[in-house]
Ligand binder design. Sequence first.
Ligand SMILES: Nc1ncnc2c1ncn2[C@@H]1O[C@H](COP(=O)(O)OP(=O)(O)O)[C@@H](O)[C@H]1O
Ligand SMILES: CC(=O)N[C@@H](CCC(=O)OP(=O)(O)O)C(=O)O
Length: 261
Amino acid sequence: MKDVIVIKCGGSTIAELSPEFFKSVVNMQKSGKHPIIVHGGGPAINHLLEKLDIHSEFVDGLRKTTEDVLNTAEMVLCGKVNKQVVTSIQQAGGQAVGLSGCDGRLLEVTPVNEKVLGYVGEPTKVNTSLLTTLFDLSMIPVIAPIGLNEDGVHYNVNADSAAGAIAKALGAEQLVFVTDVDGILKDGQCLDRVTSNDIEEYIADGTIYGGMIPKVKAALSTFTGGIQSVMIMNGKSTTVGEDGSVQGTIIVKSKIELSIS
Ligand SMILES: Nc1ncnc2c1ncn2[C@@H]1O[C@H](COP(=O)(O)OP(=O)(O)O)[C@@H](O)[C@H]1O
Ligand SMILES: CC(=O)N[C@@H](CCC(=O)OP(=O)(O)O)C(=O)O
């Protein structure tokens, strides 16, 4: 769907996003685009897990999720972070509706690897008509990455995967990852151009690790959905133009390569 811009706001940077950032999202909508925010909240989840003395660890950027971890993640993402983002948009003059992937069965998932990761889900189905209905009401959807399976069991979903699946399902015009680094770094330099083969190599040799892995995987997965460009950018310096253009560093331009805009 033309004019849909999916903006994934990482937990690494969400607290630092400026009022101007949210104003630019609202202006984007006023100019006829349909922005959707998908947010993370990894550091806030870590903080509450530590307070509750619940152990958690990551495997290739995905959090191993026991029932206690799931309950904590859901409380933080849906109860706290989601409502903070909704409020920020409303303070910037827009109208926003906060949803998790469970609301309206927005994000149906299957387990990624129940044995290793527990309650971690990979999106399989997106309720796109719920999102387009919100567009018709001039609402900006703000989505927390908790999904559910066919039986209604809740799963923790990496926010990058959720954003990729939503962008792909809607045939979005653009997918933007707002995070705490300028783009994909190698030996301290931000890379201009990265092929899908490079991505495999960089994951294998450790250049791309941790939280960057779900981002590049989500970026690659959107290509089959017709996305033309995926950007990774630093939330500390992010502004979004009214036309949906984003001042950033890296664009995935085709099915196989990332390149600077
Ligand atoms: N090659 C890479 N280039 C840049 N960042 C990388 C790379 N490999 C791993 N990372 C890590 O990915 C992090 C961003 O992912 P993450 O911490 O999950 O942020 P977010 O909450 O925004 O999703 C960076 O802060 C960095 O530590
Ligand atoms: C399965 C999985 O890893 N879920 C993530 C969901 C939040 C998230 O993705 O937050 P960021 O965008 O800040 O990384 C987690 O529990 O941290």
